[in-house]
Design a protein around this ligand. Structure first.
Ligand code: F0G
Length: 481
């Protein structure tokens, strides 16, 4: 919760007590230089023992509550008919309002089933913005993904409160161009991950529904960060300022035909689910569930996680839980702005995003500025961030690079894991790095997978810039840090 101090300054005060902790260590810059080399300058390939603060993702890395941990102890490991599942289904009904719940092992499993059931070769899937795994599944099913975001979406220095909105005029145009029969569904992603965790408004969601309903196109909602999107609606959409997170979520859900989420984010577990009120959709998806995931009452998840997700779904409707990560991110972004580090605005959900195009204006996109910045952040701080730029795009069928709209280094803020002093440390090292940005060079692939290359690809720094940066760091901070 943001609390105003007597000085007038706002600080994000944690509305929880930390009662279980995990040790972390800060390797020296010498070790960091070796480690990033061993990882092929790809932060995904670093080992935890070499990482001080793990800001790679907020996925599956959140602190669980005491009630979630307690629920795990009473899970029912029955293969079929598990009581844990019925608790989850009850929570889905109460929080989201859906009668049918399908558990899956994580978000991308839901996307796989979505593609399997709804998508045919030649289809065009419309969305406010893609996510990497979503796009991969739609394309593997033979469809094209068309993003219909507003002009403001790609402005990384925006003051627009809802950069995740879908452009309504472009939606109508796309439906007229391709025909509703070619569009299996329209997908709205809560706090669009790849453009900086930016939310959409309830007004926009309702307007999208109005159009899709007219053409009988199902509206699919990716709710991986549903509580954060609801929190932003409460903060930024005047009409909903006095509504609870629960009420806002129920209002969003009232227009949704098919819902899915990665349970690794807002609900702070490791799992996923799909939910709907359409029996027809439920039956179609359920037919494939035992083939790819597991029986209908566990769907590939541990029943411990099923229990914890039931609790997590309810807890995320607490405004202090929904706002825990956004408030810390806001603090993070504001401190970086004060220090002239180019950061994506307005602050979003899930992470603080550094704009690598502005941070490293001397690097062309062909040298992967976001990947270079993520590696440099690790070198300067031991903090692990994630590349969200051209490396996260795969080449096209002809082998050409597909340049990303944005080149971002994403510093995720897992829910309830890090404190203000951690954030202050990262802000300091990013500020130092910004002052030495001319030392950061580009990257080149030495091993490049065809699909989702960002996960396992290995790269090398052009002109050995990693060593030069490490030397400059040692000159300023000594050899102990
Ligand atoms: N949808 C969104 C909006 C996501 O952010 C993610 C995952 C998924 C779907 C896929 O879910 O990982 O459970 O299979 N985002 C993670 C991230 C990986 O780091 O942002 P999953």
């Amino acid at each position: 919760m943001n609390i105003r101090l007597s000085t007038g300054k706002l600080i994000p005060v944690e509305m929880h007590k930390i009662r279980i902790v995990q040790r972390t260590t800060l390797p020296t810059v010498r070790r960091r230089l070796e480690a990033i080399g061993e990882a092929g300058y790809n932060t995904f390939l670093l080992r935890t023992r070499d990482v001080f603060l793990d800001m790679l993702t907020d996925s599956g890395t959140n602190a669980m509550s005491d009630n979630q941990l307690a629920a795990m102890m009473v899970s029912d490991d029955a293969y079929a008919g598990s009581e844990s599942f019925y608790k989850l289904a009850d929570a889905v009904k109460d929080v989201l309002g859906f009668n049918y719940t399908i558990p899956v092992h994580q978000g991308r499993a839901a996307e796989h089933l979505l593609a399997k059931v709804f998508v045919k070769p030649g289809d065009v899937v419309l969305m406010n913005y893609h996510f990497t795994t979503t796009k991969a599944h739609m394309e593997l099913a033979g469809a094209t993904v068309l993003e219909i975001f507003t002009n403001e979406a790609l402005n990384t220095e925006s003051t627009s409160p809802f950069r995740g909105n879908l452009d309504l005029a472009k939606l109508t145009d796309a439906i007229e161009t391709y025909g509703p029969e070619k569009i299996p569904f329209v997908r709205m992603e809560a706090t669009t991950n790849l453009i900086g965790g930016q939310p959409f408004s309830l007004e926009n969601l309702r307007a999208v529904k109005k159009i899709t309903a007219q053409f009988k196109i199902p509206l699919v909602f990716d709710g991986s960060l549903i509580s954060e999107n609801a929190y932003f609606i409460k903060q930024r959409e005047k009409k909903y300022a006095d509504e609870s997170i629960s009420q806002i979520i129920r209002e969003m859900m009232s227009v949704v035909d098919l819902f899915y989420l990665s349970g690794r984010k807002s609900t702070s577990v490791r799992g996923g689910l799909m939910a709907t009120n359409e029996k027809k959709y439920y039956d179609q998806i359920l037919a494939w569930l035992p083939v790819y995931e597991g029986f209908a009452t566990y769907g590939g998840m541990s029943t411990k996680e099923v229990e914890a997700m039931a609790v997590g779904l309810r807890e995320m409707t607490d405004v202090n839980v929904a706002g825990a990560s956004p408030d810390l991110i806001q603090y993070f972004v504001e401190r970086l702005l004060e220090n002239e580090v180019p950061v994506v605005t307005p602050p979003g959900g899930l992470a603080c995003h550094i704009d690598a195009k502005r941070f490293l204006p001397h690097l062309p996109q062909s040298e992967y500025p976001a990947g270079a910045l993520a590696a440099a952040i690790y070198l300067a701080s031991g903090v692990r961030s994630m590349e969200r730029g051209t490396i996260s795009m795969d080449r096209d069928a002809q082998g050409n690079e597909v340049y990303a709209d944005l080149e971002l280094a994403r510093l995720a803020v897992p829910r309830r894991v890090y404190t203000m002093s951690h954030i202050q440390y990262v802000v300091d090292r990013l500020t130092w790095l910004r002052q030495h940005s001319e030392l950061i060079g580009g990257l080149r692939f030495i091993e490049e997978p065809k699909v989702l290359r960002f996960f396992f690809g290995r790269l090398e720094p052009l002109a050995n810039w990693g060593s030069k940066l490490a030397k400059a760091f040692e000159a300023d901070f000594g050899t102990d840090l």
